[in-house]
Ligand binder design. Structure first.
Ligand SMILES: NC(=O)c1ccc[n+]([C@@H]2O[C@H](COP(=O)([O-])OP(=O)(O)OC[C@H]3O[C@@H](n4cnc5c(N)ncnc54)[C@H](O)[C@@H]3O)[C@@H](O)[C@H]2O)c1
Ligand SMILES: [Zn+2]
Length: 321
């Protein structure tokens, strides 16, 4: 067995490291019958999976996800790829791993911030497909965060079941698979606006994006405001950011964020598609969202962000760090 170690961080999901990985594999004379193993978080899983997909027109690979996010999300479903300067995950393909091995013991070595970023995706599953699971998280989320192994195993298992169920119905995202992108249209714009840096981790953006998706749904009269409040309350109870004010530094204005959203892979004929909620546990895909409603949600969220920023700059106490 031979191994290549790649740097940690989203910047590794790039042409540069894809080229380096593929050329290293060729130098090592990896053949079509060999198996690649992606051992790491979602960055490694996505990059290695893509390298496996294109090397010699496709070789087999195994995912051994080591972050919570990778165990509940990126290692399942076969999406692989890298980022482009124009946006996240814009280059890639579907390539299913032949096996996924998730050892929940390794989650103990994650930094608390990385662990909680993964929890953003776990909450997403409750919100998009299983209110009973969301109820369970409200009760047991603290135990999951504290390291209770039985709770962690249940959270990972239920998340994977929900994701795998949807992917089995729609592997190549012709329909229902898009539901898994709840919160992601907002999240991807925020990640682009913060330069894919540690100002905002993917799962942190997903949590904020889910709140914004519920806010938008409530504003359009599709779901009750109480549901939005419940989502926000649970994330706050887990000490997760729910608002743009939790993102350090300045952000572009609402129109610039809308322009970043237009790079989203869910755009069809220039029309943005959103995953909106009818209630916790039930979401749907729609392109029937007035642009002004989205701009309004963003402008309001940015107004709060601006207030937090100015009180921080003037030395006043605020939650903005
Ligand atoms: N393919 C998909 O379907 C899919 C789905 C969701 C997210 N993603 C992608 O996944 C990526 C995010 O994944 P991530 O959150 O795992 O990020 P990551 O891979 O950057 O890992 C986060 C950090 O944790 C470290 N790490 C990983 N496992 C560890 C462990 N056991 N102990 C200590 N440190 C550990 C990593 O080195 C890194 O610093 C994004 O690029 C996102 O686009 C892909
Ligand atoms: Zn995600």
């Amino acid at each position: 067995m031979v191994a290549l170690t790649l740097p940690a961080g989203e910047a590794t999901k790039s042409w540069l490291y894809l080229t380096q990985t593929v050329e290293w594999l060729l130098q090592e004379r990896v053949e079509r019958c060999d198996v690649m193993i992606a051992l790491g978080g979602g960055v490694i899983g996505d990059l290695v999976g893509f390298a496996a997909a294109i090397l010699r027109r496709g070789i087999r690979f195994v995912q051994i996800p080591t972050s919570l996010l990778a165990q509940v999300d990126s290692s399942v479903g076969g999406k692989t790829g890298i980022n482009a300067p124009q946006g996240k995950n814009l280059i890639g393909t579907f390539h299913q791993p032949i096996h996924v091995l998730a050892d929940t013991d390794v989650l103990a070595t994650l930094t608390p911030r990385d662990f909680m970023a993964g929890y953003g995706e776990v909450v997403k599953y409750g919100l998009l497909g299983d209110e009973v699971f969301f109820d369970w998280l409200e009760t047991h989320g603290a135990a999951v965060a504290a390291g209770d192994m039985a709770a962690r195993v249940h959270a990972v298992t239920r998340s994977v079941e929900i994701k795998a169920g949807i992917v089995a119905r729609d592997e190549t995202e012709q329909g229902d698979r898009a539901l898994l992108n709840l919160g992601h249209t907002f999240c991807h714009a925020l990640e682009a606006a913060t330069g894919y840096s540690d100002r905002l981790l993917h799962g942190e953006g997903v949590a904020i994006g889910c709140v914004l998706a519920f806010e938008l749904s409530a504003r359009l009269g599709l779901c009750a405001q109480e549901d939005t409040s419940r989502v926000r309350a649970h994330l706050r109870a887990m000490v997760m950011e729910t608002d743009l004010s939790g993102i350090p530094g300045s952000l572009p204005d609402a129109d610039a964020l809308l322009a970043l959203m237009a790079q989203d892979k869910k755009v069809i004929d220039g029309t943005l598609r959103f995953i909106l909620a009818r209630r916790i546990g039930e979401v749907f895909v729609t392109s029937d969202v007035p642009r002004d409603a989205v701009r309004g949600i963003l402008a309001d969220a940015l107004a709060w962000h601006g207030q937090a920023l100015s009180s921080y700059c003037s030395g006043a106490t605020s939650s903005f760090q």
